[in-house]
Design a protein around this ligand. Structure first.
Ligand SMILES: [Zn+2]
Length: 279
């Protein structure tokens, strides 16, 4: 049986994702918005392969570009929520996080007339320091979260967290972590954003096959700005030059291969198909 894997999109503009420009909210309206163009590129690729994905939408983007959100919905994709201003959850209080969620959920609901059930934290910023975050999500009616990255990188990570979908203790909420690979006693990132761009496709394919052969769906993600080869950043830090620029040219071709070699669907489908492991 072919395994259905999960494909997700963190829908935001380039300057909302960069940690240098993210806190400068007053400057956002003066920066060149490229999210519509970049998302159209991605939607065309998904359409070619008949892939339904989950778009975790930043509330700010939904308020600015409701027609884009309508189009994503009309293409049959699931809409989830990605906060409102793209803030690190572990830098917020539970009340501030709740406000981010409420604003993000309301922005999506106003457009599609339905409440989203899925959430992805900006910068995968749910970790051991935010055990309260799951409670905040559940209180607002969210049913699943996909914010745990069970390894450590430059910017984020939750080392030691479960690697595969699990019911959060004391909650009905399902957590669907981004897929990682175990090599010896090391847990390594294997897919998504920077990793899909930076790693050779042969490695990505091998790693996905490993997980699928063990019976696990792979959960991956992308940002529209990663496909935007026409953009020239005027002001990025050396780290951002690597995390945002590196491997953009080859990403479209990699996605075509990925969707040819494997089956992908939206995360709500994986959520509904989830059966707890009896062990
Ligand atoms: Zn994001």
């Amino acid at each position: 049986m072919t395994i259905l894997n999960g494909f997700s999109v963190d829908l935001e503009d380039w300057f909302q994702g960069l940690t240098s420009t993210n806190p400068q909210i007053d400057r956002w309206p003066t920066l060149e918005s490229r999210v519509v163009l970049a998302t159209q590129t991605l939607l065309a690729i998904l359409r070619t392969h008949h892939v339904q994905a989950t778009f975790f939408v930043l509330g700010y983007v939904a308020d600015q570009y409701p027609k884009l959100i309508e189009q994503i919905c009309a293409d049959g994709h699931e809409l989830g929520v990605h906060g409102y201003y793209h803030r690190f959850v572990h830098q917020l209080t539970p009340d501030e996080f709740t406000r981010e969620l409420e604003q993000g959920i309301a922005a999506v609901e106003r457009i599609i007339g339905e409440r989203p059930i899925g959430h992805r934290a900006p910068y995968f910023s749910i970790n051991a320091s935010t055990p309260w975050a799951f409670d905040c999500m559940q209180k607002l009616g969210l049913r699943y979260d996909s914010s745990v990255f069970p390894t450590r990188n430059l910017l984020y990570g939750f080392p030691g967290a479960p690697r595969f979908p699990y019911q959060v203790e004391g909650q009905s909420l399902l957590e669907m972590p981004v897929s990682t690979l175990r090599l010896g006693n090391k847990i390594l990132p294997m897919v998504g954003g920077f990793y899909t761009r930076a790693l050779p496709y042969r490695f990505t394919r091998w790693a996905i096959r490993q997980l699928n052969q063990q019976g696990h769906p792979v959960i991956t993600y992308i940002h529209p700005w990663e496909l935007d080869t026409g953009q020239h950043y005027n002001q990025v830090t050396p780290r951002e030059r690597l995390t945002h620029y590196h491997g953009r040219q080859a990403l479209t071709a990699k996605l075509h291969k990925l969707f040819t070699d494997f089956r992908f669907t939206s995360l709500d489908v994986l959520f509904r198909n989830f059966r707890p492991n009896p062990n």
